[in-house]
Design a protein around this ligand. Structure first.
Ligand code: ZN
Length: 696
């Protein structure tokens, strides 16, 4: 499964893939990398935001650690990078049968139009082109509905007629006028292929979806076909239907497999070409085994081979480089069988790994010094291993719109029998954090001291918060003997309470000398910034994600508001946190960080007691009294203030470019470059990675 930045949320808000939990705060920061742990050479002047249009913002990201790789590792990641991009066409074609036709038309126009490019109409077409590339097709990447350019058909034909005819995807003897007649409704008519994926239960989900997974097949036929195929007695069932298009051939249902010699063969041949090179210089025997099994799967199309590959991939835990490459997520199939192509090449985040190790080694110290009751402390606590990767390239279902966490493989029995890999995409999260810009900080934080502190330190303290939450928070504490699992005792409140518990462990220690002593936190400014952000982020900014009149429902949002409101109430007498209204705007300001820390500790002690004793009533009361209801007046105010900031809800990325340095025909080094322009990258990809023929 993949974990995405929640739609409509312009803030960096990560969900740690490890526990499926949302462990980071709203993080509108421009982190200056002045942490003592910043062993990596990332560019502090790096420009994260490239441009914005429609409801999208285009970001760039850095790859910390890339330049510390050995030349062999760089060569390897270069091959995985090429293998990833080689499959780019597949995802376009999967999303809609004529997406490649439209894309080549767009590329012809952008690349060769001879008319005036400064007109409003041309600019509108350019926005359409960028939206199309962003979504890998003519449907919105998130909403799945078709979007059309704000131009009329006369102008579309002007664009086409004044572009290089040889670049257009004309059929054999097709005349230009015929082509224009054919392509116009595909591009301009919102009713042609209206939805990529239909989830309207009153319609036939298959025939009303324009996803290119089925053709001439009804929902019932497809459902019956796979029902019959499913082996219900098997303990190791394959994911039937994952790698094929289901069609009717002379009235008979047939799978067109995405494999060598089958559908998408031309792109798959290129993927294999690069994977083979990667396998010859794999870092470990396990990695070599996994890559070879992936090649086998692409060659045979046999889903048993896909399972064998996944099992091998899960075992490859020691390599620095890694790849996801294949038909992975099934969200784009209304019936949930077909895997969308996605590819990610990544390297392990060494900086995060060091930090996590340093924290994990102290797990017992954190447990022993926790404010929870002694009988709830573990005598032998082990930190949970969290993993962070930095991606080098993302393609298909993973890019330009990127997940922030991935947890694979998806096969249930493989997960149970062999485990899974669960990772956070560190540099993507970083880019999200940086891209929020200063607008949010300026609007919602009270004064310059706080604003500066948040901008300077909160980016790093977010990471620290996540690490503490994951590695120490969830691992700590124990149940009383005989008390059932929290899911049974605390029922629907158990996940909000568990997240609160892990958050509170992190918050409590973020103002502790220990983190400074073990070298993961340079000063208390980081802890204070984390507190500023937790309070303002959760009492104010997170309300921008909720519709006016609605309650908080999502567990993480509830836990956070609960914590903030509870400490606010308990510290009211001492004005630990003060609500200030200035010029019609509401702010929450922390007056005493140490007292706030004590309050966090008290609440942690109480929530641990609730969990350890299975005290449903107390858990229910905490969440219901503090975590659900929203102050309507404040909510409206926040929405008004937020909307004025004009932050687009969806973000995606320009990918880095890897350039091999050759000595004869041997790669001796690989340089990484960070392109600036989304359109140019899309045109470059068109030139280099257009392997599939258009569907006629
Ligand atoms: Zn968590």
């Amino acid at each position: 499964m993949k974990i995405v930045n929640i739609a409509g949320l312009a803030l960096a808000l990560t969900i740690a893939a490890g526990c499926g939990n949302n462990t980071m705060q709203n993080s509108p920061t421009n982190e200056k990398k002045d942490s003592a742990q910043a062993v990596e050479t990332t560019d502090t002047n790096f420009i994260y935001v490239s441009e914005q249009f429609a409801d999208l913002r285009i970001l760039r990201y850095q790859v910390p650690g890339f330049n510390n790789l050995t030349s062999k590792q760089k060569e390897l990641i270069y091959y995985l990078y090429e293998a990833a991009l080689s499959g780019r066409d597949i995802y376009y074609d999967q999303n809609y049968k004529y997406n490649l036709t439209v894309r080549k038309t767009i590329e012809a126009i952008i690349g060769s139009y001879k008319g005036d490019k400064n007109t409003d109409d041309y600019q509108k077409f350019l926005v359409y082109a960028k939206r199309f590339w962003f979504s890998s097709g003519l449907h919105h990447h998130y909403g799945k509905e078709k979007f059309v350019p704000e131009i009329n058909k006369t102008y579309l034909s002007v664009l086409i007629k004044n572009s290089d005819k040889t670049m257009l995807p004309l059929r054999g003897d097709e005349q230009l006028d015929e082509f224009i007649t054919r392509i116009t409704p595909i591009i301009l008519d919102p009713n042609v292929a209206a939805k990529r994926v239909s989830l309207d239960p009153h319609k036939d989900l298959v025939t009303s979806s324009s996803i290119n997974f089925y053709e001439g097949v009804t929902q019932k036929e497809a459902g019956d076909f796979y029902m019959q195929m499913a082996d219900k007695t098997s303990k190791t069932p394959v994911m039937a239907g994952l790698n094929s298009k289901l069609v009717k051939d002379n009235g008979v249902l047939t799978e067109k497999k995405w494999m060598i010699g089958g559908m998408y063969s031309k792109a798959i041949e290129r993927i294999i070409f690069w994977l083979k090179k990667a396998a010859t210089i794999a870092e470990t025997p396990e990695q070599k085994d996994a890559l070879e099994k992936l090649i086998t799967f692409y060659t045979t199309g046999d889903l048993k081979d896909f399972d064998a590959y996944n099992i091998a991939w899960v075992k490859d835990v020691n390599s620095i480089t890694d790849a996801v490459n294949g038909y992975i997520e099934v969200y784009n199939d209304p019936l949930g069988y077909k895997g969308s192509f996605e590819a990610i090449a990544s390297i392990k985040d060494m900086e995060a790994s060091k930090r996590i190790d340093a924290i994990g080694k102290q797990a017992q110290w954190f447990e022993d010094n926790s404010p929870i009751m002694n009988e709830h402390k573990k005598k032998n606590v082990q930190g949970i291993t969290a993993k962070v990767i930095n991606v080098v390239v993302e393609c298909g279902d993973a890019g330009p719109s990127s997940p922030i966490g991935i947890n694979l493989p998806n096969s249930e029995w493989i997960r149970a029998a062999h485990g899974s890999k669960s990772v956070n995409l560190g540099n993507i999260v970083d880019a999200y954090q940086h891209s929020a810009g200063t607008g949010l900080v300026n609007e919602f934080y009270f004064n310059d001291t706080i604003k500066e502190r948040v901008e300077k330190y909160a980016g790093y303290s977010d990471k620290l918060h996540t690490d503490m939450h994951e590695v120490i928070g969830h691992a700590s504490g124990q149940l009383n003997p005989g008390v059932g699992q929290p899911g049974e005792t605390l029922k629907n409140y158990s996940s909000a309470l568990e997240e609160a518990r892990a958050d509170l462990v992190a918050l409590y220690y973020l103002m502790d000398q220990k983190l400074i002593d073990i070298g993961v936190m340079p000063s208390f400014d980081y802890g204070k910034a984390a507190y500023d952000e937790y309070i303002t982020g959760n009492l104010i900014i997170q309300l921008s994600r909720i519709k006016l009149g609605n309650d908080l429902e999502e567990a993480h949002m509830r836990n956070r508001q609960m914590i903030c409101k509870w400490v606010m109430e308990k510290g009211a007498k001492d004005k630990v946190i003060e609500k200030i209204e200035k010029e019609g705007k509401t702010f929450f300001v922390i007056n005493d960080y140490n007292k706030l820390r004590t309050l966090f500790g008290q609440l942690l002690r109480e929530i641990q007691r609730i969990k350890s004793e299975g005290d449903y009533k107390a858990g229910h009361d905490l969440i219901e009294n503090y975590g659900v209801k929203i102050d309507q007046k404040l909510h409206k105010e926040v929405l008004d203030r937020y909307n004025k900031l004009n932050i687009p809800p969806y973000k995606g990325f320009i990918q880095p470019r890897l350039v091999p340095v050759m000595d004869g025909d041997r790669i001796v080094d690989v340089k990484i470059e960070y392109p600036m322009n989304f359109t140019e990258q899309m045109m470059e990809y068109a030139k280099k990675y257009s392997y599939l023929p258009v569907e006629n």
